[in-house]
Design a protein around this ligand. Structure first.
Ligand code: 0PR
Length: 380
């Protein structure tokens, strides 16, 4: 066997792989909560690709970037403290880990509506905690009264609500959940991985009644920069209501320059933090607001068009996320038919439906292609 390196072969493989890998700009990626990273982010990520984000002594720029992000995004949510992570899953795991560390005299249980993201199941599996799910209509937020009943009954150490659910874009009642958490002394984590950079803007512009803030009783909020923040993957922020909560996420490591390391990962892409900060600075809060409005208008445009198709049921979008189903095909069949046409939508199994997430890269022309494909599949 020839064990010599083969740069030519590697290049050929890369080239071939490039030609079959979809790009956000081609309009086929319609259901994924990812988007084309802003060019300044790509530039920064490349420039700082060698930077280990776990080494603030050699690379103080990572802490600088983290501060820029926490201050900038935090200002939108009334949050001051936070930690940069590698994505929504890490933020959720870390939030529950912190919640359990600070809990006293509570059960090893987490309570969350059934619409919660699967990374919460994952966190509980990893931490050995019990996840009690409140059955909810996937199109509706959890009822605060029911949430309180569950908290009374199960005495959880943490409650998780979602500000922008994965399958329907539903916004749970964060303010009321905060009141319940405060009264019962429970850690409340708000998963705003998807909605964090949409809700404050859509609320201000009159598209949404709910707002998102670090309300009293809220302990943490996660916001993904690699979703609506237009930053390269991987990038998320876990905001915490108290500075000392960050300490709970720090681990002793004598051999590290500072003797410790905070967050779940060890060596981590510092370039991603720097890139996210550069993107945030470039777009600015005003730019994110304009993006959010454009995305919402596009989602309403899609809903309007789908509502006119005889064999499609379309639900009015709450955030820029459209859920629809066919009256003649199962959602699995429709998923497959769209996949065959190289249109990548996602599934909302809890609604037996498909979803389109109108991310910053999605244009009306891309949605028109989808509408036409649905017409052709249904023979109209
Ligand atoms: N919380 C919520 C509400 C989410 O929607 C997601 C991701 C997460 C947490 C976890 O975030 P990370 O994926 O950053 O860890 N939801 C998307 C989903 O499950 C993730 C995704 C995105 C999956 C793009 C596939 C894909 O192509 O659909």
């Amino acid at each position: 066997m020839n064990t010599a390196g083969n740069p030519e072969k590697a290049r050929r493989w890369l080239e071939e792989a490039r030609s079959r890998t979809p790009h956000h700009s081609d309009g086929s990626i319609l259901g994924s909560m990812t988007t084309a990273p802003h060019p300044i982010g790509v530039e920064a990520f490349k420039e700082f690709i060698h930077v280990n984000g776990n080494d603030p002594v050699i690379y103080p720029v990572v802490e600088e970037a983290s501060r820029i992000l926490i201050e900038g995004v935090g200002a939108l949510l009334g949050a001051e403290h936070g930690i940069h992570t590698s994505g929504g899953t890490e933020s959720n795991i870390l939030a529950l880990y912190i919640g359990r560390r600070i809990s006293r005299g509570r059960e090893n249980t987490v309570v969350a509506p059934s619409s919660v993201h699967r990374s919460i199941d994952k966190a509980c599996l990893l931490m050995g905690c019990r996840l009690v799910k409140i059955p909810v209509d996937p199109l509706k937020p959890v009822d605060p009264g029911v949430l309180e009943e569950y908290v009374r009954k199960h005495k959880p150490f943490a409650v998780v609500v979602t500000a922008g659910t994965t399958e329907a874009g539903v916004v749970d009642p964060v303010k009321e959940a905060g009141e319940i958490a405060e009264e019962h002394g429970v850690f409340l984590h708000v998963d705003a991985a998807y909605g964090g950079l949409l809700i404050p803007f859509l609320h201000r512009r009159g598209y949404l009644a709910e707002d998102l803030r670090m309300y009293p009783g809220v302990s943490s909020i996660s916001v993904d920069m690699h979703k609506n923040g237009c930053a390269p993957i991987p990038s998320s922020i876990l905001f915490l209501s108290r500075r000392d909560y960050i300490e709970e996420a720090c681990f002793e490591m004598e051999y590290m320059p500072r003797g410790r390391s905070c967050g779940l990962l060890g060596t981590r892409p510092g370039g991603a933090v720097i890139a996210a900060a550069a993107v945030f600075m470039t777009i600015g809060a005003k730019g994110y607001e304009e993006n959010a409005v454009r995305m919402m208008e596009n989602a309403l445009y899609l809903h309007e068009n789908l509502s006119h198709l005889p064999m499609i049921t379309s639900y009015k979008p709450i955030l820029p996320l459209n859920v629809f189903k066919s009256t003649i095909y199962t959602y699995e069949e429709l998923f497959k038919a769209l996949l065959d046409r190289k249109l990548y939508v996602y599934k909302s199994p809890s609604l037996q439906a498909l979803r389109v997430v109108v991310m910053p890269h999605v244009e009306k022309a891309h949605l028109d292609r989808l509408i036409n494909a649905l017409k052709s599949i249904h023979g109209v």
